[in-house]
Design a protein around this ligand. Structure first.
Ligand code: ADE
Length: 246
């Protein structure tokens, strides 16, 4: 997968993303990250890419010309036009299902705004998807793009050491992940649950599934509406009362 990131701060996005697993994925050739500095496409000798909004108001807006030229410099190199994802609190709220859908694409373009945003006309011309990472406002789209790219890239085959770990964990079946333990067997008087030391895989799987269901009911009951539960699990949940617990 290839991700192009159009931004005024490519060093921020690439530095963050290349720090660990995604950096190694790039070295292996299963992922490619390409930063495009929108300022390189400024149309004046001062390298300015922002200006005051027509009609007045606070702050500065990114001008359409440099954003369009930055996009064109990438689009010209692509046979099939990639989806262009603009990070904005006004977009569809990103989740694991959207990550899975985007991970199937060969190539993606991410557009990061800064200051008060980007002139609407260039968004109308080039953007195909508007994505938000939650109902709060960041100073720019860069951190949002990093979060989205990280979660998409780890679903690309070969990025994680163990592809199974992308499948089993939180959200893959609409439930939170079960608790995990490693050495030592006892820490500050707290023991690893006996079943995990038993070597009985059937019992371990059963215990983990039950813990996932219980944890989801306790921490994120809203997720249970979409989760696929057995009749037995539904019965188990009816017997519980989490009121007053946090
Ligand atoms: N840019 C600023 N805030 C954002 C958010 N919550 N999600 C995506 N992009 C943003």
């Amino acid at each position: 997968m290839k991700c192009h990131i159009l931004t005024l701060f490519p060093e921020m996005v690439l530095g963050g993303l290349r720090t660990s697993i995604l950096g190694r994925a790039e070295e292996k050739g299963v992922l490619s990250l390409h930063g495009v500095n929108i300022r390189d496409f400024a149309e004046n000798k001062h390298n300015r890419v922002d200006d005051a909004p027509y009609g007045g108001g606070a702050g500065l807006l990114m001008q359409p010309g440099p954003v369009y030229s930055a996009w064109k410099s990438v689009a010209e190199t692509c046979e099939k036009q990639p989806r262009v994802i603009y990070l904005t609190p006004q977009g569809r709220v990103f989740n694991q299902e959207i990550a899975g859908e985007l991970a199937k694409e060969e190539e993606l373009i991410f557009l990061c705004g800064h200051y008060e945003g980007i002139d609407e006309r260039v968004l109308e011309l080039i953007v195909t998807d508007y994505l938000s990472i939650g109902d709060y406002v960041l100073t720019g789209g860069e951190l949002a793009a990093m979060a989205v790219i990280d979660s998409i890239a780890r679903l690309v085959p070969g990025v994680l050491h163990n592809d199974a770990s992308a499948e089993v964990e939180t959200f893959s079946d609409g439930l939170l992940e079960y608790p995990q333990y490693t050495r030592p067997e006892e820490f500050m008087g707290k023991k690893v649950p006996e079943v995990l030391l038993s070597g009985h895989h059937g019992n371990v799987d059963k215990w983990r599934r039950e813990q996932s269901v219980l944890r989801t009911a306790r921490m994120r009951p809203d997720l249970l509406e979409k989760a696929v539960l057995t009749e037995e699990e539904k019965e188990l949940l009816k017997t519980l009362d989490f009121q007053g617990e946090m």
